[in-house]
Ligand binder design. Structure first.
Ligand SMILES: [Cu+2]
Length: 112
């Protein structure tokens, strides 16, 4: 059982800092992807490697106790990233193999 939650789930457009806490027992990450019109979070297709396409990514938090990209956030560790996001709908995903289909996604709405 895996999950990912965005609190708050709606933020104003502009510079947004994401602070990620890994409260689980496995390594995780958070990647920010645009959510295509007409699609809901959780609907992406995964490839044979159990991962979704990261094309269009605005950034990710995947470095234990650090900012930006890394090899994964260790259990109990925090990570962060700062992204500039225009208004729209986004999806936060963990793209470790199998984690997306296991439930690690959440919608983030960016308002004007
Ligand atoms: Cu994960």
């Amino acid at each position: 059982m895996m999950w990912l939650r965005a609190t708050p789930s709606s933020v104003p457009a502009g510079v947004v800092s994401l602070r990620v806490v890994n409260a689980g027992t496995l390594d995780h990450e958070v990647v920010v992807l645009p959510l295509p019109t007409g699609h809901a979070a959780g609907e992406r297709l995964t490839g044979g490697d159990g991962r979704v396409d990261e094309a269009g990514s605005l950034g990710e938090a995947s470095l234990s106790c650090g900012g930006g990209a890394g090899e994964g956030i260790a259990p109990g560790a925090m990570a962060w990233t700062t992204v500039t996001v225009p208004p729209g709908r986004y999806e936060l995903v963990c793209n470790f193999p199998g984690h997306y289909t296991a439930g690690m996604y959440a919608e983030l709405d960016v308002t004007r």
